[in-house]
Ligand binder design. Structure first.
Ligand SMILES: [Zn+2]
Length: 170
């Protein structure tokens, strides 16, 4: 493959840490993923394998492991994962479509209530029969007690052809 900018030949590389902004969620870092590098102009292209699996790992990290309140963009990401429109999702979590839209665009803060409803709705989706997720009470305890507002980052590793959450850190 050739570089789009300068037509030099691209070299296969491993990208140690890649900020996956394409997900729409800040602070998602993919570790040790394949990429292509142009040695001439330093252009680096990440190759993200198995995006569907990756997005499910990100969604679970947000819902099950994030210890602070969800952000607007995280709620948008989860809704997209559920393949629901703002109108349909707002009904599921007892909000008006206008409020949900403002929350997703960070124009309205995420309340404790909204955080819980979104997480529980997603957990309900994970626990659908065709999925192999079994809910633990620890997870529910954690969700009930969440309060602090700070941002966390998610590190996700690509190991042996699978995506694995390696760390959620403040
Ligand atoms: Zn180039």
């Amino acid at each position: 493959m050739k570089c789009e900018k300068c037509s030099s030949l691209l070299k296969k590389v491993v990208i140690k840490k890649y900020n996956y902004g394409e997900s729409g969620v800040k602070n998602v870092w993919l570790m040790n993923i394949p990429g292509l590098l142009c040695k001439n102009c330093d252009q680096e292209i990440a190759i993200v394998p198995a995006p569907l699996e990756l997005h499910e790992v990100i969604a679970k990290a947000i819902v099950l492991h994030k210890t602070s309140l969800l952000s607007g963009e995280e709620i948008r990401f989860l809704r997209t994962q559920l393949r629901l429109s703002q109108i349909d999702f707002s009904k599921k979590i007892s909000l008006t479509p206008e409020s949900l839209s403002r929350i997703e665009n960070n124009k309205l803060p995420v309340s404790d209530d909204t955080d819980r409803r979104v997480r529980l709705y997603y957990i309900r989706h994970l626990a659908e029969p065709k999925r192999s997720y079994s809910l633990s009470l620890d997870v529910l305890d954690k969700i009930i007690s969440m309060k602090a507002i700070h941002s966390e980052s998610f590190k996700i590793n690509h190991i042996k052809n699978h995506w694995e959450l390696s760390k959620v850190a403040a």
